[in-house]
Design a protein around this ligand. Structure first.
Ligand code: HEC
Length: 110
């Protein structure tokens, strides 16, 4: 029995060896380096900057907010409320006023 199985095992083993070798060469990983454009990771300093940095960077970047069009105070209030109600942002209610004032100061309609 061993005498007949051994050649079969050898043939199967040798037969699969190239397949394994090919699979290995396809899986080779190489490192790449990618240059991403620089972004502001925090909101610029100013009154209320701490409040916005503490509450508004968990889900998106500061740039994401800074690149929005300028809005009125009422519109920024709607935006901050939207983050809380629609997206469940855990914004401290006592920080909301400071955040709105900060947004009006840097991205308010003049
Ligand atoms: C819980 C996660 C979360 C937090 C925290 C959060 N946001 Fe957002 N924000 C989102 C999501 C989700 C979107 C929608 C992204 C999209 O439209 O692709 C968004 C979009 C925005 C937009 C773009 C306008 C819009 O409605 O799409 C602004 C401006 C914004 N957020 C401001 C803020 C401010 C200011 C804070 C802090 C008070 C904040 N976000 C905190 C999740 C969050």
């Amino acid at each position: 029995m061993v005498r007949t199985l051994l050649p079969i095992a050898l043939v199967v083993g040798v037969g699969f060896a190239p397949v394994c070798a090919r699979a290995q060469s396809q899986l080779s990983l190489k490192s790449v380096s990618v240059d991403l454009p620089p972004g502001d990771d925090m909101f610029p300093n100013g009154p209320g900057a701490d409040a916005i940095n503490n509450n508004c960077l968990a889900c998106h970047s500061a740039d994401m907010v800074l690149n929005q069009p300028a809005l009125s105070k009422a519109q920024w209030e709607v935006q901050v409320n939207l983050m809380r109600t629609a997206y469940k942002a855990p914004i401290d209610p006592k920080d909301a006023g400071a955040i709105v004032d900060y947004l009006v100061s840097i991205k308010g309609i003049k």
